[in-house]
Ligand binder design. Structure first.
Ligand code: NAD
Length: 486
């Protein structure tokens, strides 16, 4: 019998009002049920929003360092539970246990970072034009914030939204992706055990079109922080900003690695593959294009395809697995469709390109790591986010053409250059249109204390993580005090 998990509303774990549930399954073995979760509808979401609105004044009034103490306790509890959380993550999302362990520990670091932020200054004092005026601007909480998250980093992303939202005094309604509710449950369970008062954080496992839509439309929700696809993000922004809510969006990428002729090829191959294939290419910062200078193209591609052929694909729980399954049947089908599109567009398939069959592969969503070469700038596989283990190799005449190609998409999340030439590395940093830039490191990977987000249609509404997170989760009150009237 699989365990049943409830939603968390106003400090109570409860079933959905209409009794709906959703079943969480392992994408590496769809016969394995991880848990049955209450599936919230609009009415559940409305109830949670009301609870969050009711307790907002008291939570906002609690001294910030006291809120920080709760986050510190949660960080310790989260860390103590890291192995259990990592296993839950691998079983419900599919990434390897090593990646999951890293993400679980990062969750604890993020909680600790924002616990620390509760001891930081909350504003600035300004000189006033008037002799008697004490003039300052203070950061104050925003109100009820709605957090909507995807399935691909189901520990890190919810944590980097929930922790600052709470630290800065907001109350929260949180809707994780339906595919990964167990990791979300752990985060909320830990925060409850750390002493969060009822109603301050509410968990709703539910569909975007139901619980999510209520978040978007309900006037009690003052701000929405969303990470997910561009299509959904654009719709949320249009509806929520029309009613005056604040919106933060983190969306897709088409992240390039540029390999220049002087690069260390062994390192460039390894880092390109890590960026493209770890987490089965299902990272917003995954490498999906590698733009290679003509002189080294053949050698680079041959080394790349030889190495890709050695990657072990399998259940992420096996210690020797490099790449796990796709997250769902839909995700798998989406990737297979793009592989057909790439072939039809005239790109040359040089590795993978197939669904894997036999033994454990028959029970999950496994696709071979895939590489196309002879990919040109206007092809769909060079322009659209595939969100799977598919890498496009593109040729560039020289540095300038490489940068032009790298910038030639609607996205601008992360980018990397492989070179030993410091001058070219710095030109790349200057000329690339990306929010996160790497030199001789893979496009993926984000340290928890620095700003995270992209240019162009990858992001809007302010950066996440680090100190800059407070921009979104606070509003500014400017205060003029003339004591002479007292
Ligand atoms: P998605 O857009 O399908 O779903 C994201 C979340 O939005 C889910 O919780 C979903 O239930 C919810 N949602 C769907 N419709 C909604 C609606 N009408 N109203 C409110 N909420 C709604 O994305 P996904 O498939 O879960 O995640 C993959 C996408 O996320 C990729 O495009 C990836 O690039 C992006 N992503 C971006 C970042 C980043 O920081 N830039 C990080 C991770 C993932």
């Amino acid at each position: 019998m699989s365990r049943t998990y409830q939603n968390y509303i106003d400090g109570q774990w409860m079933p959905a009002l209409d009794g709906s549930t959703t079943t969480d399954k392992n994408p590496a073995n769809t016969e394995e049920v991880i848990g049955v979760f209450a599936l919230a509808g609009r009415a559940d979401a409305a109830r949670a929003i009301e609870a969050a609105a009711k307790v907002f004044p008291a939570w906002a009034k609690m001294p910030m360092p006291k809120r920080g103490e709760i986050l510190h306790r949660a960080a310790a509890l989260f860390e103590a539970r890291a192995d259990e959380i990592a296993e839950a993550l691998t079983r419900e999302e599919g990434k390897t246990l090593a990646e999951s362990k890293g993400e679980a520990l990062r969750g604890a670091m993020i909680l600790r970072f924002f616990a620390g932020e509760t001891m930081q200054p909350t504003g600035e004092i300004y000189p006033s034009a008037s002799a008697n005026t004490f003039l300052y601007a203070e950061r104050v909480p925003t109100g009820v914030v709605a957090l909507i998250t995807p399935w691909n980093f189901p520990v890190a992303i919810p944590t980097w939204k929930v922790a600052p939202a709470l630290a800065y005094g907001n109350t929260v309604v949180f809707k994780p992706a339906e595919l990964t509710p167990l990791t979300a449950w752990h985060l909320v369970d830990v925060l409850e055990k750390a002493g969060l008062p009822p109603g301050v954080l509410n968990l709703l496992v539910g569909r975007g079109s139901q619980a999510g839509q209520e978040f978007v439309e309900n006037p009690l929700v003052k701000a929405i922080s969303f990470t997910g696809s561009n299509v959904v993000g654009a719709r949320i922004a249009a509806q929520a900003t029309a009613r005056g809510a604040k919106v933060q969006l983190e969306m897709g990428g088409k992240n390039p690695v540029v390999v220049l002729a002087d690069a260390d090829l062994k390192q460039a191959v390894e880092l390109t593959i890590a960026g493209a294939m770890l987490s089965t290419g299902q990272k917003c910062t995954a490498t999906s294009r590698v733009i290679v200078q003509r002189e080294i193209l053949d050698e680079f591609r041959d080394r790349l395809t030889d190495r890709v052929a050695t990657l072990k694909v399998g259940n992420g729980m096996h210690p020797d697995t490099y790449m796990g399954p796709l997250v769902s049947a839909d995700a798998e089908q989406g990737v297979l469709n793009y592989i057909e599109i790439g072939k039809a567009e005239g790109a040359r398939l040089v590795a993978g390109g197939v669904k894997l069959y036999g033994d454990e592969y028959d029970r999950g969503y496994f696709i071979a790591p895939t590489v196309f070469d002879r990919v040109t700038a206007e092809m769909k596989i060079a322009q659209e986010e595939i969100f799977g283990p598919v890498l496009a190799v593109m040729e560039a005449r020289d540095f300038d053409e490489a940068v032009r190609l790298a910038n030639h998409t609607q996205f601008g999340l992360s980018a990397s250059v492989m070179t030993r030439d410091l001058g070219l590395a710095l030109r790349f940093v200057r000329e690339i249109e990306a929010g996160i830039v790497h030199v001789n490191s893979q496009t993926a990977g984000a340290e928890p204390h620095v700003p995270f987000g992209g240019f162009k249609s990858s992001s809007s509404g302010g950066r996440e993580q680090g100190k800059v997170a407070r921009e979104f989760f606070t509003q500014i009150k400017t205060v003029y005090i003339d004591p002479s009237g007292a």
